[in-house]
Design a protein around this ligand. Structure first.
Ligand code: AGP
Length: 587
């Protein structure tokens, strides 16, 4: 969703920005650009493509102040002209977000003026220059007062020896280090560089000079903002010998389960107050977070007996939800930044409901809004495809459901530890690649299951389509005969997950129906009878027997590895799938 970074007071500022920009590429990789400033003059390079494409230009970007941008295109196609930074007169800027009223502003202030790009961002830099009367901060305050939408902006003014940063609804942090001041979209971009950071609030304006930062509100009154320790650790950004972050992060699934479980044990104390008297739960999230919510629903209903609905956050926002004081809304988000989820949480608060955030990002917008936070301790997830955060979310939901049910969380933690150990064994297996070859050659791949297995099927399908671009669908096994069976032929593959002995014969019916239409089938199972009955007929992948409710933590690893291996066979970059970005901070 665009990554932005800036530094002032550092020798070779453009080189510093270049290095940090690479750490933000998961936010978008349609184009990249850097501008530096020396003695009031701007130097710029920007280009369609990934950050490395501008590496050769860094040496001609002089000065100790620079800003950089890696783009996920929203307004205007990926192109050199639409790449940031944008410059107008005495200002240069980078922008993350969407200016919803850009067309109206353009019409009002720049009628007849030809813009250099099709971006919404260009209107902002032109407004800064238009309103500038010798005071850069005043120009910023006036400009942002006119903006509708979301933004994190890093601004250079030729007459101001530093940077100005401001934000609304999109993240921006300030970093402190060795005589220089930094800013970025998020903390990991400054890992190893700044041990202390400040998380900007909406409407804050920060003026950064070498080694000094001042904060203002929208009326340019000085305000205080606290410094916190930078939670991001630079070693988390190493690939640890893995060819891709996706594989590294799948390998971290067991530690994600264990760390989330431990964190819950420490953080759960205050939760009972928020859960007291809850009679209905609504889970909201997008993509993978929504899919983990499907697993959570089963936990809340099975253990606590509380009726639970799961909604995609984007739909929930516009349905006039019925919320009262006895409804708890659980908002799940790895990043804590996803616009639809954050807005859904705000809506609930506005309606007087309680919001519990389940998130991997402790300093995110979502945690600020929520009444209570259940931490996911997956560690920094860089691959656009969520893996270890999914299993972390399931872990957090499992523990939360035990608390709600008044059940023993220590016994639950023990089961989670055992399951994490079993997951390690699956990660090391090499036989998952065999069916990846079938998936890579197929016109479509269908993921089926019943109950909890269906929930994992939805995630398996999302994972496969998002990184391999093979069309895929996840659906309940019982639905096969109600339509999808028409798609099955020799050119399709199906992955049938079977982990519940009670439902196994039913799901095996689906296997038979697919085989009789000559479709290829992989059965992922830990049910002994299913193994015996399907072996020799279909490809079978045996996973360890575990607690029935925790089987998603094991089958998830299988479908994640299957997607990863399929993507590699098709020559895709699993870490940076086309058209996608990690944090979707626009609607
Ligand atoms: C997962 O592989 C996807 N990239 C995507 O669906 C993601 O889960 C979704 O955008 C939600 O993100 P969040 O958890 O940060 O809110």
């Amino acid at each position: 969703m665009c990554g932005i970074v800036g530094v002032t007071g550092a020798v070779g500022a453009a080189g510093v920005v270049y290095k940090r920009l690479k750490l933000l590429e998961y936010r978008g990789y349609d184009s990249a650009g850097i501008a530096s400033m020396l003695d009031g003059r701007f130097y710029i390079c920007k280009r369609r493509g990934r950050v490395y494409s501008i590496g050769g230009d860094i040496k001609r970007l002089h000065g100790d102040t620079a800003i950089g941008h890696t783009r996920w295109a929203t307004h205007g196609a990926p192109s050199d002209a639409n790449a940031h930074p944008h410059i107008a007169g005495r200002f240069a800027l980078v922008h993350n977000g969407i200016i919803e009223n850009y067309a109206a502003l353009k019409e009002k202030y720049f009628s007849g003026v030809e813009f250099a790009s099709q971006t919404d961002s260009e209107v902002v830099v032109r407004l800064l220059d238009l309103f500038y009367e010798g005071d850069a901060l005043a120009a910023v305050a006036k400009t942002v007062s006119l903006l509708v939408g979301s933004y994190a902006l890093v601004i250079m003014c030729a007459d101001f020896d530093g940077l100005i940063v401001t934000k609304k609804a999109n993240p921006a942090i300030i970093g402190y280090g060795d005589g220089a001041s930094y800013c970025a979209s998020d903390a990991p971009a400054l890992a190893g560089l700044c041990s202390e950071i400040t998380v900007l609030g909406d409407g804050d304006i920060a003026a950064l000079t070498a080694g000094r930062v001042e904060f203002y509100d929208g009326n340019l009154h000085v305000i205080c903002r606290e410094k916190i320790a930078n939670p991001a650790v630079s070693t988390e950004l190493d690939l640890h010998g893995c060819p891709h972050y996706m594989l590294k992060e799948i390998r971290e699934v067991p530690s994600s389960i264990i760390r989330t479980c431990d964190a819950y044990t420490c953080a759960s104390d205050g939760l009972s107050d928020y859960l007291n008297g809850v009679e209905r739960i609504i889970i909201v999230g997008c993509g993978t977070a929504y899919n983990s919510g499907l697993v959570g629903k089963r936990y809340f209903e099975a253990f606590a007996g509380i009726p639970t609905e799961v909604e995609t956050a984007g739909e929930f926002r516009y349905k006039q939800p019925i919320i009262n004081g006895r409804t708890a809304v659980i908002a799940i988000s790895q990043s804590g930044e996803t616009a639809d989820t954050v807005e859904a949480a705000k809506l609930v608060k506005g309606l007087g409901g309680k919001v519990i955030a389940v998130t991997n990002s402790p300093y995110s917008e979502l945690t600020r809004i929520a009444d209570a936070v259940v931490p996911v301790e997956a560690g920094q997830e860089i691959c656009v495809a969520a893996t270890k955060s999914y299993t972390g979310q399931i872990t957090a939901l499992y523990m939360l459901s035990l608390t709600l049910a008044g059940m023993d969380t220590q016994t639950g933690a023990k089961k989670l530890y055992e399951t994490a150990e079993l997951a390690k064994g699956i990660i090391e297996r090499t036989d998952i690649g065999a069916f990846a070859d079938t998936c890579a050659r197929s016109d479509g791949v269908y993921f089926l299951g019943r109950d909890l297995d269906y929930a994992v099927a939805t995630e398996g399908s999302l994972k496969l389509k998002e990184i391999s671009y093979v069309p895929s669908e996840g659906y309940p096994a019982g639905e096969l005969k109600h339509g999808t069976l028409a798609l099955i032929d020799i050119r399709t593959a199906s992955v049938v997950i079977i982990t519940d002995p009670a439902l196994a014969p039913k799901s095996e019916n689906a296997v038979e129906q697919i085989l009789s239409r000559r479709g290829k089938v992989l059965v992922v199972t830990n049910v002994k009878d299913t193994l015996q009955r399907t072996e020799g007929k279909a490809d079978v992948l045996e996973i360890p027997v575990c607690d029935k409710y925790l089987s998603p933590l094991l089958s998830a690893v299988v479908v994640q590895l299957l997607a990863y291996k399929t993507a590699l066979l098709l020559g895709r970059d699993p870490d940076k799938p086309r058209n996608l970005a990690k944090s979707v901070t626009v609607e």
